[in-house]
Design a protein around this ligand. Structure first.
Ligand SMILES: O=C(O)CCC(=O)C(=O)O
Ligand SMILES: [Fe+2]
Length: 326
């Protein structure tokens, strides 16, 4: 199995008339999402220099920040200092998947909550992002703005793929409650290998939102996608493309028509690998339930109940971290 390609370029400019190019693009999106749930997205219009700057910014900070600098922006439980239980730096092993620690460090960033208070204490997910420094914040804020436009374009493409009006999803995603992770996977030293025998940088999981736009450095053989027969397929980086995948929320929204596929990161190389997934999500208050047109195409019965996206997210984030109490 190799991952299919989807060209989103016909949808980048909002308000353009329907065209055969749009139909072709929407059909390739439908096939990719129905079949594998993972694809290479081309024609996205985000310059290579922007992507390189994002990756370099993460690498530079992860490799040069002192323990104290990392501690200052460490993720804290909600209500503790500037913590909201989700945002901030996580040291190696703090993130867990299926009860096992992941061998990576990361800074987690989220959209600002629509009713975020001006100062601490913060309820879960209601805090400010904990930025390492102003230039990191500038680079990421500008980058995420571009991904949000791309996410909206992909939603227009998805609407056409599902025979809906092109702007059908706009009210649900405006504004998107996006999530972004700046991740570093250190090389596995012999000692690290002993503590983490499988070398699992990020355990097998599916993503919980809508679309994941994954930017990675040039490391090959690290990201693995579960194929239909349970085999692991490498999703190596392709120059000029994002690796994009369907998350659980989109699977529910399409009543299972689009697949949210399990993947993992096993980085056994001797380099420090950097990746930056941006998770494009509905608005905090968006009510998501299976689309009628998708129910009709999948046997006529809704397979999922409805959720409010923010509540659903709160439940997911609560299970992400290793705490001493567990
Ligand atoms: O680092 C990667 O390539 C993928 C990370 C990932 O799957 C995630 O953060 O959900
Ligand atoms: Fe993932």
């Amino acid at each position: 199995m190799s991952l299919p390609f989807v060209d989103v370029s016909p949808f980048l400019k909002k308000g353009t008339p329907h065209s055969p190019a749009k139909d072709a693009s929407a059909k390739s999106l439908f096939d990719a999402c129905h079949d594998v749930g993972f694809f290479y997205l081309k024609g996205h219009g985000i310059p290579k220099e922007t992507c390189d700057l994002v990756l370099d910014t993460v690498r530079q900070w992860m490799l040069t920040a002192t323990d104290e600098e990392k501690f200052i922006i460490a993720r804290k439980d909600a209500g503790v200092g500037d913590g909201d239980g989700a945002r901030g730096y996580q040291k190696i092993g703090e993130n867990v998947t299926l009860g096992k620690s992941d061998f990576h460090e990361a800074i987690d960033l989220y959209a600002i909550h629509p009713s975020a208070p001006p100062s601490a204490p913060y309820q879960p997910l209601h805090g400010p992002n904990l930025w390492p420094n102003p230039s990191f914040s500038d680079v990421f804020t500008c980058y995420i703005d571009q991904i949000l436009l791309l996410g909206a374009a992909l939603m227009r493409c998805m609407a056409v793929a599902l025979s809906l009006p092109e702007d059908h999803f706009e009210p649900f995603i405006t504004p998107s409650f996006w999530v972004c992770r700046a991740i570093g996977y250190p090389p596995l030293t012999p000692e690290a290998m002993k503590a983490n025998p499988g070398g699992v940088g990020c355990g097998a999981h599916s993503d919980y939102g809508c679309w994941t736009f994954l930017l990675t450095d040039e490391t090959r053989g690290a990201l693995k996608v579960e194929g239909k027969d349970g085999e692991w397929v490498d999703a190596n980086p392709v120059e000029g493309c994002y690796v994009v995948n369907v998350g659980d929320m989109l699977m529910q929204w399409t009543n299972g028509l689009f697949k949210s596929t399990v993947h993992q990161v096993v980085h056994l190389g001797s380099n420090y690998r950097v990746s930056v997934p941006v998770f494009f999500e509905p608005s905090w208050d968006a009510k998501i339930s299976p689309l009628e047109s998708c129910i009709a195409k999948t046997g006529g019965k809704a397979l999922y109940g409805g959720v409010t996206y923010g509540e659903y997210l709160l439940g997911k984030v609560a299970g992400n971290f290793y705490t001493e109490k567990k």
